[in-house]
Design a protein around this ligand. Structure first.
Ligand code: GRF
Length: 221
């Protein structure tokens, strides 16, 4: 018998039906990204396709070369560069982030590849309303190089996690996870690509799920 692993296999939990995305006042999102921004793009597409009732108020990026900023411009979404090198401390940067998010009337903050540690100044300004995506099945492989950590550990299944942000890095309450197989000849790049397919699926769903759990005004009721 030939073992033929399915590289597209995945398991998402909790699974939620598209129809369960109730109609609320659209969630007002602020997205924070440091790099490519493929998760930013996935959120924008989910909104456009009607899978997520939300609007992206602003993108904040900290790296002048972040491709996420180009994506925001292509969508006509405002973006603000807050370069961490311009601030004396993490707290100073976080104060400016909070001010910018408030200025754009942001309600939910999505850290979609934001590669900076945040402080209580930021977390306390948006209690239980900051969401992060991490490329492992937390609580395994916290911190940087999560995909490399999974390969080094020899696990046969890994994945991605969407969770609420708390002070301890990659540790807040888990909203949704997707699992993918690790294949025998995987490199960090091939495994990362397989995980990202799932990130792009579950991040918009998890935002919808989080937004629903605190229902807002339902029209005509
Ligand atoms: C993702 O893999 C996410 O899990 C991690 O950073 C990466 C961002 O990718 N936190 P992209 O910039 O959205 O393409």
């Amino acid at each position: 018998m030939v073992f033929c692993p399915d590289s597209t296999a995945s398991l998402v939990s909790p699974s939620i039906l598209q129809q369960s995305f109730c109609i609320h006042t659209p969630l007002k999102l602020g997205i924070m990204a440091s790099g490519n921004g493929s998760n930013f793009e996935a959120i924008a597409l989910a909104i456009k396709d009607g899978q997520l009732s939300a609007q992206i108020q602003v993108l904040i990026y900290n790296n002048p070369k972040a491709y996420a900023a180009v994506r925001a411009a292509n969508w006509g979404i405002p973006s603000v560069l807050l370069n961490h090198r311009d601030y004396k401390s993490r707290e100073d940067l976080d104060r400016q982030i909070v001010q910018t998010l408030q200025q754009y009337d942001v309600e939910w903050v999505i850290m979609a590849g934001w590669m900076r540690v945040v402080t209580p100044i930021f977390i306390n300004a948006f209690p239980d309303k900051i969401i992060n995506i991490h490329p492992s099945l937390l609580p395994s492989f916290k911190g940087v190089h999560a995909v490399e950590q999974a390969l080094a550990a020899g696990v046969k299944i890994t994945g991605c996690t969407v969770h609420l942000v708390c002070l301890e890095v990659d540790s807040g309450p888990i909203l949704m996870q997707a699992a993918v197989p690790v294949l025998p000849d995987d490199t960090p790049e091939t495994l990362q690509a397989r995980i990202q397919v799932q990130e792009h699926r579950i991040l918009p769903m998890a935002i919808a799920l989080a937004g629903q759990s605190k229902p807002q005004k339902i029209p005509n009721e």
